[in-house]
Ligand binder design. Sequence first.
Ligand code: IFM
Length: 412
Amino acid sequence: MKFPKDFYWGAATASYQVEGGIENCDWAKAAREGRVPACGRACDHYHRYEADFDLAQQLGHNAHRFSIEWARIEPVEGQFDTAAIEHYRAVIRALKERGLTPFVTLWHFTLPQWFADKGGFESKQAPELFARYARYVVEQLGDELAGITTMNEPIVFAGLGWLKGNWPPFKMQKLADWQEYTNSGKRSQSRPQQSWWAYGTYRRVVRHLVMAHNQAYDAIKLVAPDLSVSIVKHVVAYDATSNPWQRCKAWFATNFQTHSFMRKVADRCDEIGLNFYHYVKFGDRGEHPKSDMGWEMIPGGIYRALHILHHYQKPIFVSECGVADDDDSHRAWYIEEQLTGMQQAMADGVDVRGHMYWSLMDNYEWALGFEKKFGLIEINYDTLERKIRPSAWRYKELIEQYSVADNGSAAS
Ligand code: IFM
């Protein structure tokens, strides 16, 4: 089975993870305080984007997902930096010149420091401030785009920041932090939060994220009614054996992590982006190979994730799907399996429009630093030399094999 003629093929990145030189955001502050690894110049993609897009073009891509750094656009509350806008305009044009359709995300985890200082998404003002930023970017760049994504993986952001507590703002402190606090005679750092209190705050953050997306959608539509607006949702594909108790667990987990959020924003999504990394089958004791992240790589899992989002009856694009694989021994088969899973979902009627592998290049994997290698392109962080991995060529072959030529016949 071929994919549709106008199918989007490409890879994804995010500003903080690849650009380098972003110092006025919450992650950079956390790095200065020694709480997460430093990001520094990352891949220096901020200066090398043209050469990087040359590689993407060489690899047969016709689309590319990236994010705009809010802290660059609005470095001070209410003051917008036109030079930063011009930078991203140049990025968008560089993509188009190479035949790559830009998929732009307005916010991918990092917060401008002024916004974090106000409480970030805990603050009541957050939705309004986010919508103002979204509107400004669309006023400036909307003409260059056919679509825009408001936010990336809101539940991951809230969960790791407020439930697990290992991402800024590090709420829901671990037991070890309580011990350290108590052992230091209650003098070291600040008092860790009580868990029940942190859970309440988590719920408030999630509520504000819902409102932020919805208000941003309305603000964008006021200035660009035809622009397609999406949200990118990370979906853990929960499944179960036929055992009723296991099925009940899968239903509950899917509701908690996906539907409870999606049903509040779906009316204001023209499309939905799927980030897929995890398939969990309750009751199944099978062993599966693991990626360098320790995540199981299970063929066909994306099929279930696509069906979960199909519930909302919107076009879906796979905005991320990838594997940390330092020696490149799994990436090619993993990509191939994802494409098969997508084809099966499409045969069932799921409207899938594109596939963006995560990631175009190795990059800063948040609290894990630069150690995990997700890239189709390997980065030497000492020299910043780029090297295309063999799996990237295999992805190119698959794109050719699955594409339909302009005249409607098979391209290969
Ligand atoms: O690196 C992240 C990305 O920022 C969001 N989605 C998951 C990726 C791999 O963990």
